[in-house]
Design a protein around this ligand. Structure first.
Ligand SMILES: NC(=O)c1ccc[n+]([C@@H]2O[C@H](COP(=O)([O-])OP(=O)(O)OC[C@H]3O[C@@H](n4cnc5c(N)ncnc54)[C@H](OP(=O)(O)O)[C@@H]3O)[C@@H](O)[C@H]2O)c1
Length: 335
């Protein structure tokens, strides 16, 4: 079968290879073998390929390379002992290893059967982004945001994750303000989410425009996947006792916060990662998946596809993910 791997960390558009590898073994008890037909290409995948999660300068890769991908959609080919999923069942999975392969062996604990009402392309996006949304929902509650009183600001608000979070905050009765980096992005987001105040940082004075839109309501939380100067500026706009909730590193730059903000304004900074979702208690995971299925069913327009690439074109797919103004998720497909 074909599989995507890398033999050294680096720019995904240079180091990814689509190669022929041995077919996986038959599923062990509690596992399923999935014929994977679609998988999203996430920023998180690119960070892993680039080696940006590694610390201490250790950029070694096992001999034979690292296979890529944790999320996918496909059809059950075979179920191991003790698993009640018939061959042909439509499923999505996360986390699974080597999802950017034509077949994947996955623990049945992390496989979701997909209702007929949800399309294959939306099912391929069911886990990472909606589950991150669930983590951010909990983070907003942890930050003590009071519906009707406080506001939550989202940076990179036109992203797939941010749009799911905005819909979720709406269900919680929490007012949100979106911040994007271009005027064209602001126009697009305003058209997609009528009633959402959107601020573009393209021209000067955006901090004052943001403060004016908040209209004296406390900015109790900022949800930020950008970091760098933008996140640093956001911290200065937080209300006393407010939280910067970090979930990405799009700028690749560190966040700088005056030390006195912690002691005199009680600012908190914390983060969430879907990478630790699988180790949450089962009851929590079931609740999170319910939110994911609800978002997929109620808001199909929040799961657009920007482009589809065959597995053979993984390098081009990875490069597409970082294109400014991209409208939707990039999918890798195979028959
Ligand atoms: N913590 C987790 O577990 C987790 C899980 C999923 C995703 N994430 C993170 O969430 C973020 C969004 O992912 P996604 O898949 O939803 O993204 P997406 O749909 O591809 O959208 C990316 C958005 O980020 C904006 N952007 C890119 N670089 C930027 C920069 N330097 N400054 C300001 N805005 C920038 C883009 O703006 P334009 O439209 O102007 O190009 C676009 O709106 C990523 O950082 C990703 O790593 C984290």
């Amino acid at each position: 079968m074909r599989s995507v791997l890398y033999r050294r960390h680096g720019d995904p558009a240079e180091v990814l290879e689509t190669v022929d590898v041995e077919d996986p073994a038959r599923p062990a008890p509690g596992e399923v073998l999935v014929r994977v037909t679609q998988r999203p290409v996430h920023y998180g995948d690119l960070l892993g390929i680039a080696g940006r999660y590694r610390s201490g300068g250790d950029l070694s890769v096992p001999e034979g390379g690292n296979r890529v991908g944790f999320e996918g959609f496909g059809l059950i080919e075979e179920a191991g002992e003790g698993v009640d999923l018939a061959p042909g069942t439509r499923v999505a999975f996360f986390p699974g290893r080597a999802a950017w392969s034509e077949h994947a062996l996955v623990s049945a604990d992390f496989v979701t059967a997909i209702p007929d009402t949800i399309s294959d392309e939306i099912a391929a996006q069911l886990h990472v982004n909606p589950l991150t949304t669930a983590l951010l929902r909990r983070a907003v509650i942890r930050a003590g945001v009071q519906p009707g009183n406080d506001v939550v600001v989202l940076t990179a608000a036109g992203s797939a994750v941010a749009k799911l979070v905005i819909a979720t905050l709406g269900r919680m009765g929490i007012d949100a303000i979106g911040v994007v980096r271009s005027d064209s992005g602001a126009a697009e987001l305003s058209a997609l989410v009528p009633g959402l105040p959107v601020i573009s940082t393209q021209s000067e004075g955006w901090q004052e425009r943001l403060t004016a839109v908040a209209a004296n309501r406390p900015i109790k939380a900022v949800l930020d996947p950008v970091g760098g100067d933008l996140a640093s500026q956001m911290v200065t706009l937080l209300a006393s006792g407010g939280s910067l909730i970090s979930y990405g590193d799009l700028s690749g730059e560190p966040i700088a916060v005056p030390a006195l903000f912690f002691s005199t304004r009680n600012i908190t900074i914390f983060g969430v990662t879907v990478g630790s979702w699988a180790s949450l208690p089962k009851a929590q995971r079931i609740e999170d998946l319910e939110l994911a299925l609800q978002l997929a069913a109620d808001h199909p327009s929040l799961f657009p596809v920007a482009a589809r690439y065959d597995l053979a074109d993984a390098r081009q797919a990875a490069a597409h993910v970082e294109r400014p103004g991209k409208a939707g998720v990039v999918l890798l497909t195979s028959p």
